[in-house]
Design a protein around this ligand. Structure first.
Ligand code: AR6
Length: 194
């Protein structure tokens, strides 16, 4: 019998054609079909790897990912992906077929962290649609090294995805920590339909 409880704590409706699933886990392991799926990498502007999820994604994808990132043209010295923008590469050794690299705001130094975080989610979804991605998995962009408060980040993330997910069949969050997972589910219950 279908019910909100049977659907699980972390499943929400975004539109008639699109669902949101919130899960705990390691985003490097995530995939749906290995052909129209993408994980989002919370990268930095250089796009050549780093710590946190970015480091884990590069390790799991293998050195070809760094080579593909290196080929993304610089728009300024040292900047391949400005804050709030998104660039796509193959996933190489990852189970997911694609990686969408985005750069979230550094909470304490960005002039408009909310606008920049919104742009990051929005542009990931735009790039996904342009590349016929049907399944996409996000981490909690900017909620690690970049210091964004979880509750505020969840509001921006979920409201932006609700607004722009239309042609994506499934949007997933794959969250590393219990506390971020709990904040995301609580906020989704406030903002989205179960
Ligand atoms: N799967 C899912 N989530 C993860 C994983 C994983 N394997 N590993 C970490 N997280 P962060 P940011 C969570 O720091 O704040 C890098 O150095 C983590 O617990 O990865 O956007 C980049 O190169 C946190 O909740 O990204 C940039 O310089 C969330 O992912 C900078 O960090 C995001 O944390 C980007 O900082």
């Amino acid at each position: 019998m279908a019910s909100a409880a049977a659907a699980g704590d972390g499943q929400f409706k975004l539109s008639q054609t699109s669902v949101l699933k919130i899960n705990k886990g390691d985003i490097t392991q995530w995939f749906i079909d290995g052909s129209s799926d993408a994980i989002v990498n919370p990268a930095n502007q250089r796009m050549l790897g780093g710590g946190g999820a970015d480091g884990a994604i590069h390790r799991a994808a293998g050195p070809e990912l760094r080579e593909a990132c290196f080929k993304v043209p610089e728009v300024q010295p040292g900047v391949r992906c400005p804050t709030g923008e998104a660039k796509i590469t193959p996933g190489f050794k990852l189970p997911a077929s694609h990686v969408i690299h985005t750069v979230g705001p550094i909470y304490d130094s960005d002039k408009d962290p909310k606008g920049s975080l919104r742009n990051a989610y929005k542009n990931c979804l735009t790039v996904a649609k342009e590349n016929n991605i049907k399944y996409i998995a996000f981490p909690a962009i900017s909620c690690g090294v970049f210091g964004y408060p979880y509750g505020e980040a969840a509001t921006v993330a979920l409201s932006t995805i609700k607004e722009f997910a239309n042609d994506i069949t499934e949007v997933h969050f794959v969250l590393f920590s219990d506390d971020i997972y709990d904040v995301w589910v609580k906020k989704a219950k406030e903002l989205l339909q179960v």
